[in-house]
Each structure stands twice: as structure tokens, then as C-alpha cells.
Design a binder for this molecule. Structure first.
Ligand code: 9YW
Length: 442
């Protein structure tokens, strides 16, 4: 029988999970599989922490920002002293190759989706509601300029067409590592004979290998790192030379949303008005790029393969990106929302809970146990729920929240779940699952 914890027990168990993953210098993404800090995980982690201790939440976000590269990039992994994860700091060699990378802590050489301003917004609001105005004030003062520089880095280095559509140079940068969105662009990534040998360490840490990406996928992931090492992680050279370059519609939508959020926070805290205006301008441009990616044939938004110069029409949860940031004509948006909640997605009759999975069960590529190829990821649902609240779609947001809590009531805080059975998959005690549950419970 599937356990079914009540909300008090669930909250206590989520808090316990976070303290179990706290290694003193950081809260790791998961106890064994991911013994380091991941950029977008930490944004979510700090939101959940804020409900327990706002000062601790601020510290966690500041730890991540403390590893920001001198040029403004927030790296996708900040390494702890822990071992057992591959590729680790030696394989990346970021600090050895690029003077903008910090020597300590060690980091990877790519980035992840820019959701940090959303975390800052949540922490500041939670702090204020708890009367912790000083913490909110101090965090805003230290974090805002750093997040502004991060957004500026994305505009400067990751908008190769100048349209507002942000590009990623590795599937890992999307946060949806092996999503079928990337199958076509990855098919053009051909690992060279000089790919140094490696041993995967994720094997054996989840119940079945099939819950993780395949070896062929890993070869390509590692090859892209080799390509970046060759240009010493120089941001523009990477964009020029990487054999993977894709305009990511989901990252772009998150960026548009995060720019508006950061602009609001900037206004509230007396940041220079020209910077606030600039953020609103970036938001406008990226929102327009997301809207322009809408495909009338599928009703979803598409990524753009910039190496192959073609649209990628693979249907995944990322296709609903315009619902995060707005920008579509009202009737198109309404139709998209109806698709998301309808029988092909969250309303599919075979689902355990009415939450959109990473790939529709109707799709021929649907693999319900395989990482980003079908399972439900609670953090993604949280993002949609949060955006829906901002957009005034309270009923949809409340529905997502209650369905997610039903899914998570087993107390496993799994990395992802089987969409048809609710079976926990991947890592257990995953920090970001625990923290989005904490946020939903408040
Ligand atoms: C990996 C930590 C990370 C997430 C990613 C997710 C996974 C890591 O775990 O990638 O080694 O494959 O895809 O979004 O940040 O939770």
C-alpha cells in the first residue's frame, strides 16, 4: 500500500529531508546521487527553507551566488568536498581553464535555468510576512545586483540571434537533461575518438538503469564538455563552436518571467531605474520570442535548433512555456491552457494524479519510468502553479497544488514519479521535491 501522510507529518518529513541533506556548507540536491549544489535546485531549496528559517534560506541562496563567475554566469554545479558524482571538478577543469571561474568553491562550466529571481521574490515575501524585514532587506541588497549581472550575462552571451530567444549549449543547461526535445540536436553531436575514458557513478544509485539516461546519451554529454574545454569555456567561443546550440523556449520563458520579477524587486528596493527598465525590456523581448515560437499545428511552443536551423516540434511539457510568461493572443493562450488541463496532458484518464507529465501518455515517445521522457517532476508543476497564481489563474494553481500534494503524500520526496501509478522513481529524499512540498503546504 502507498503510504499517505497527513500534512503535519508530510511537512515534518520534508524538513527532516532537508536537514538530512545539509552538509554544513550547503544543502545537497540529493543524499547520494547528487552530493553537490545544483543551481536551479538551490533556488527551489531556498524557497522551502524560508518556511523553516529565513536567515538559513538567505544563506543558501548566497552560497550559490558566492560561486558566480566573474563574468556573471551562475554555474550549474557548485561542488562540495563530497565525492561519488561524475563528472566532478577535475573533469570540468573550469578553474584551470578560465580565469572568470572561481578557484574555490569549484564549479562546472555551464549554467541552468534562471529561476533565482523567483526564489528571491518568495524568500523576501515569506521574510516580510514573518516580520523578518532585516533579513529581506539584507538579502535584497546583496542578491539583487548579482542576479542583475546574471541576467545581463544571459543577454550578452546567450542570445545569438538577438531576438530574445536564449540558447543553451548543453542539454544539462535546460535542466531537462535527456528530454526528447534534444534528440534531434544530439543526433548531430558525434563524440570524437579523443573522448577521454570515464566511469559513470550514477549507475546503481537508482533502482533501475532504465530510470537514467543511456550510455550513448552520456557519451554525447561528455563530448560537449570536451568541446568547451578546447575553447577554455570562453562564453562566446562556446556558442560559436559547440556542436549543440538550441534556442530553449522553456528557459526563455523562465527568463522573461524572472526579468519581470527582478524588475519589481528592483523597484521596491530602490535599484537604479535604468536597470529596472532594462530588465523590463529584456522580459518583453524574450516574451515575444516565446510567442513567436508557437506552432499553430501542435498548439505548443517549439525550441529552435540553431545548428540545424530548424524548429523542433517534439511535444513535451516545455511546449507550454508561453503559459509561464504570457505574450500569446488571448484565444491562443486559452486553447493552450485547455490542452494542458485536457485529456492529452494533466486530464489524461490513466494518470495517478492530474499533473502534466514531462511527455504526454498519448505520445509514441512516452516512457513513464525514464527520467525526462515521461515521468512527473514536482518542481515543474510548482513552476506552472506559481506562474498561474501570478497570472490570476487561482483555480488552476490550487488544483495543481492539491494534486501534487496527493502525489507527494507517500513521503518519499522522489526525484520524479511514474505518472500512471505514482510510483517514486530516481533518487529519494530529493531536496527540491521536499521544498516545493513545504511551499505548497504553507
Ligand atoms: C544529472 C539535480 C539535477 C537537476 C537536473 C536533473 C538532474 C543531474 O539532477 O541532472 O547528473 O543528470 O535533470 O535538472 O538540476 O537535481
Amino acid at each position: 500500500m502507498r503510504p499517505n501522510l497527513g500534512s503535519v507529518q508530510l511537512a515534518a518529513s520534508a524538513a527532516w529531508t532537508l536537514s538530512g541533506n545539509d552538509i554544513g556548507t550547503m544543502i545537497t540536491a540529493a543524499p547520494r546521487l547528487y552530493p553537490h549544489m545544483w543551481s536551479w535546485d538551490t533556488a527551489f531549496i531556498s524557497i522551502g527553507l524560508a518556511h523553516l528559517n529565513v536567515a538559513r534560506a538567505a544563506r543558501e541562496l548566497e552560497t550559490l551566488l558566492g560561486a558566480q563567475w566573474r563574468d556573471g554566469m551562475i554555474p550549474h554545479i557548485v561542488f562540495s568536498e563530497g565525492t561519488g558524482y561524475f563528472p566532478g571538478p577535475e573533469r570540468w577543469g573550469a578553474a584551470e581553464l578560465n580565469t572568470d571561474a572561481p578557484d574555490s568553491p569549484r564549479t562546472s562550466g555551464i549554467c541552468q535555468p534562471p529561476v533565482h529571481a523567483i526564489a528571491l521574490r518568495r524568500i523576501v515575501d515569506i521574510a516580510r510576512s514573518q516580520g523578518e524585514r532585516d533579513v529581506a532587506f539584507r538579502l535584497l541588497r546583496t542578491a539583487w545586483p548579482k542576479l542583475y549581472r546574471w541576467h545581463e550575462w544571459l543577454v550578452r552571451h546567450r542570445d545569438p540571434l538577438g531576438t530574445g530567444m536564449l540558447a543553451i549549449v548543453h542539454g544539462w543547461e535546460s535542466g531537462m537533461d535527456n528530454s526528447p526535445r534534444w534528440d534531434i540536436p544530439y543526433s548531430a553531436v558525434v563524440p570524437g575518438p579523443d573522448l577521454p575514458a570515464y566511469v559513470r557513478l550514477d549507475r546503481g544509485l537508482v533502482a533501475e538503469d532504465a530510470e537514467r539516461p543511456s550510455d550513448a546519451e552520456y557519451d554525447r554529454y561528455l563530448w560537449l564538455i570536451e568541446e568547451m574545454r578546447k575553447v577554455r569555456y570562453d562564453a562566446d567561443a562556446v556558442v560559436r563552436t559547440s556542436s549543440f546550440l538550441v534556442g530553449d523556449v522553456f528557459v526563455t520563458a523562465l527568463f522573461a518571467l524572472a526579468c519581470e520579477v527582478l524588475a519589481d524587486l528592483g523597484e521596491e528596493s530602490g535599484q537604479p531605474p535604468w536597470r529596472v527598465r532594462q530588465l523590463r525590456g529584456w522580459a518583453r523581448r524574450s516574451r515575444a520570442a516565446v510567442a513567436a515560437a508557437h506552432d499553430p499545428l501542435t498548439g505548443l511552443a517549439r525550441d529552435r535548433d540553431l545548428r540545424g536551423d530548424r524548429w523542433l516540434s517534439t511535444r513535451t511539457i516545455a511546449g507550454f512555456a508561453p503559459l509561464l510568461c504570457g505574450g500569446l493572443p488571448a484565444d491562443t493562450e486559452k486553447a493552450m491552457l485547455a490542452t494542458l488541463t485536457g485529456p492529452e496532458w494533466a486530464g489524461h484518464p490513466a494518470l495517478f494524479a492530474r499533473i502534466p507529465p514531462s511527455v504526454s501518455p498519448e505520445d509514441t515517445g512516452f516512457r513513464p519510468r525514464e527520467y525526462w521522457r515521461g515521468p512527473v517532476w514536482p518542481v515543474i508543476a510548482w513552476l506552472f502553479g506559481w506562474a498561474f497564481e501570478q497570472r490570476g489563474w487561482q483555480a488552476e494553481a490550487a488544483h495543481l497544488r492539491s494534486e501534487c500534494l496527493r502525489l507527494a503524500a507517500d513521503g518519499s520526496f522522489a526525484e520524479y514519479y511514474h505518472p500512471l501509478t505514482g510510483e517514486p522513481l530516481g533518487s529519494r529524499q530529493q531536496s527540491w521535491t521536499a521544498t516545493v512540498v513545504l511551499d505548497w503546504l504553507h
